[in-house]
Design a protein around this ligand. Structure first.
Ligand SMILES: [Zn+2]
Ligand SMILES: [Zn+2]
Ligand SMILES: [Zn+2]
Length: 264
């Protein structure tokens, strides 16, 4: 029994010795490892700092600013400035004139400097009225259909044409085609009209135009007088006044009103 105990004790001692020996062996290399990196660190950091401070040069970082705007007449200038105080300038090219289209109100106009070029454009008429400035088209070379309202409430249609001829103006009257048989017809506004031999001939009537008033002089076929027509905002001609002896089918005593509408 004592022998067995001794043997056991011996076995435990051997085991613990081995464990000891193992632990010591592991500890030694780790200790060695710990010292090595601290040495290398010291060697590498020192040279790095000295190189960075002495050899990298200052690079300018310029900010751009327009210091003089270019115009159609003169060059402009841009200034580039670095925080260190260094700066330089660059030229900006002169502008080209940038013209807007001409209208009946204004000739071609530069959007940059306001300079104009050439003449105004002609009016753009739609139904006898300029869509740009609102001016009425001259009655010259236009045709108007007359709506005559008589006391019997009849509507008597005729077309008047104000045309320029020779040194003055003439007025021609076109009567509805249904009134004449076998006569020469003209087509106006989708309808047929008879021109000659009815009412007043062009040599018996003339007209003058001023602003929005058209004055028609009649002298022939026993009639002598003046009819003043005035334009309405909707571009119709209304009889404003009748003076003199105007007889015949279209101006009679029982006429309540005459309105002319532009047809072409
Ligand atoms: Zn700089
Ligand atoms: Zn310009
Ligand atoms: Zn116009």
């Amino acid at each position: 029994m004592k022998k067995l105990l001794c043997a056991l004790l011996a076995a435990v001692m051997v085991l613990s010795l081995c464990a000891c020996a193992k632990g010591q062996g592991e500890a030694t290399p780790t200790g060695g490892e710990n010292t090595t990196p601290s040495q290398t660190q010291g060697e590498t950091t020192v040279p790095e700092t000295t190189v960075a401070e002495t050899t990298v040069p200052h690079e300018h970082e310029y900010k751009e600013k327009v210091t003089k705007d270019a115009t159609c007449d003169a060059k402009g200038e841009k200034t580039f400035t670095c925080d260190c105080g260094d700066s330089y300038t660059e030229e900006i090219k002169k502008l080209d004139h940038d013209y807007s289209k001409a209208t009946c109100k204004k000739p071609k106009t530069c959007k940059n400097c306001g300079k104009t070029s050439g003449d105004k454009a002609s009016h753009k008429y739609s139904s006898g009225k300029c869509t740009v400035c609102g001016k009425f088209q001259s009655v010259a070379n236009t045709k108007w259909r007359a709506y005559v309202v008589c006391s019997q409430n009849e509507m008597d249609e005729m077309v008047f044409s104000f045309t320029k001829s020779g040194g003055g103006f003439d007025v021609a009257i076109y009567a509805p085609a249904s009134m004449m048989e076998g006569a020469k017809m003209v087509q106006i506004d989708g309808k047929k009209w008879y021109q000659e031999g009815f009412g007043y001939g062009s040599d018996e009537m003339s007209y003058q135009e001023k602003d929005n008033t058209v004055t028609v002089e009649i002298d022939g076929r026993g009639a002598q007088g003046t009819v003043v027509l005035e334009r309405t905002a909707g571009n119709k001609l209304k009889v404003k006044s009748v003076k003199g002896t105007i007889i015949d089918e279209w101006i009679t005593e029982d006429i309540q009103g005459v309105v002319f509408k532009l047809v072409g």
